[in-house]
Design a protein around this ligand. Structure first.
Ligand code: NAI
Ligand code: MG
Length: 400
């Protein structure tokens, strides 16, 4: 095994708490790596007026593989109030370093696996025939286009004249909105490009093929949003026909998918969607497998940059606890995904098996798994701390 270099960005709050635990697990699994710590987050906004300093971008450019905890973002007025007084009035404007990372490196593919662990008390259950209780095991991987759609930031309130005139050339706009005063109009553009849409689709199909998923489901709304959702669906059909005929292609509308979510979540394999519907459907599936304590992800660019991170944020109210209580599994799973990506298949499955064994055994459970309210006393009341949970995973790893 060659020694790897990993850029570690702990960030804020519980981000740095869970990241430390993930590195302990990687070490215990025997992953041979040099970790280079980089600066990101609120502290750097306050001290330097930039939550994503240039030196961090350089580190990532050089080493490419990133383990990221979480950061804190706050509204602009709070950001300004917390800026170091010596930087005040110099034109510094806060912007989210996550969005910054995504844009700088064009991390256009976001992958969020949602796989339930047997014995997780947070798993979704439903009523079966004859009043039985069923616990479907979910194994879904969501591919979310990460840079376009409604989140591309192309939007206006009171659009400038040129834009407004362009809208007036569209018959539907003229008919339905032509008499609305321009200063009462807000418009957000939903942009899909053929290039990025093809990239997310082929990443989804490749994943299905590599990991043996039987179907790829496009989760959009092509019957109504004909141009953008329609583009994704048309390209998906073409791609499946030409290159992935062994994989079943399905088409669900986002609204219907939300309804089917609780009816038959076990029937889906790989799901692919644009940015907004991908955001929605990935949170929804994460809810079925235990929520934020279990939701891991990776963001990729086309030139080999990969950022592995839990879906949760910095949960500031838990950050100051003397004994940390948050669930480290989402971060540990994100680190395991990194091993899989780097081709360390054995280490990847060791970590997954160790986590699975701890959860199935059920002796060590964090507060969220016990449905407690996250207060410092949870540890006295039987919940495992973040460290205890990690210790249990490491103990299992040693026994494998
Ligand atoms: P959050 O994800 O930080 O926390 C929401 C709630 O989820 C927590 O109060 C806690 O009850 C639960 N939770 C989160 N992680 C958990 C874990 N590992 N184990 C158990 N329970 C967990 O979201 P929130 O409160 O909306 O945002 C807090 C800060 O995080 C904000 O400043 C926000 O901007 C930032 N944020 C950062 C993200 C990132 O860095 N990727 C993503 C989401 C939010
Ligand atoms: Mg979300």
């Amino acid at each position: 095994m060659t020694k790897r270099t990993i850029v570690v960005l702990p960030g804020d709050g519980i981000g740095s708490v869970v990241l430390r635990q993930a590195v302990r697990v990687l070490d215990a699994a025997g992953f041979d790596a040099e970790y280079i710590y980089g600066d990101i987050g609120w502290e750097f906004w306050r001290k330097e007026g930039n939550p994503l300093p240039e030196r961090t971008l350089d580190l990532i450019t050089r080493h490419k593989i990133v383990l990221f905890g979480a950061i804190t973002s706050k509204p602009e007025d709070e950001a300004q109030a917390e800026l170091d007084p010596s930087l005040g009035g110099k034109g510094f404007k806060y912007s989210s370093p996550i969005v910054g990372l995504r844009q700088h490196f064009n991390l256009d593919i976001c992958v969020r696996p949602c796989k339930s662990y047997k014995g997780n008390p947070l798993n979704f259950i439903r009523r079966g025939r004859g009043n039985t209780v069923e616990e479907p095991l979910v194994d879904v991987v969501i591919f979310r286009q990460n840079t376009e759609c409604l989140y591309s930031g192309v939007e206006w309130t009171n659009p400038p004249e040129q834009v407004y005139k362009a809208f007036l050339t569209h018959p539907r706009f003229r008919k339905n909105f032509g008499d609305v005063p321009v200063d009462e109009l807000s418009v957000s553009a939903r942009i899909f490009t053929k290039k990025a849409t093809s990239r997310i689709l082929s990443a989804a199909f490749e994943h299905a093929r590599k990991y043996g998923y039987k179907s790829v489901t496009v989760c959009e709304k092509p019957n109504v949003v004909r141009e953008t959702s329609g583009l994704m669906w048309r390209l998906a059909k073409e791609m499946q026909k030409n290159s992935y005929s062994e994989i079943k292609l399905m088409n669900t509308n986002i609204d219907a998918q939300m309804m089917w979510l609780t009816k038959n979540p076990e029937d889906y394999g790989v799901i692919v969607a644009g940015n907004m519907f991908g955001d929605i459907v990935s949170d929804a599936f994460a809810g079925l497998i235990g929520g934020l304590g279990f939701a891991c992800s990776v963001q990729f660019s086309s030139d080999g940059i990969a950022v592995f991170e839990p879906t949760h944020g910095s949960a500031p109210k838990y950050a100051g606890y003397e004994v940390p209580i948050v669930n480290p599994v989402a971060m540990i799973e994100s680190a395991a995904m990194m091993l899989d990506y780097l081709g360390e298949k054995k280490l990847y499955s060791d970590i997954r098996n160790a986590v699975a064994a701890v959860i199935e055994e059920g002796k060590v459970r964090t507060y969220d798994m016990l449905k407690m309210t996250g207060k410092p006393e949870v540890v006295q009341n039987g919940a495992a701390s973040t460290i205890r949970m990690t210790d249990a995973i490491i103990e299992k790893l040693r026994k494998l």
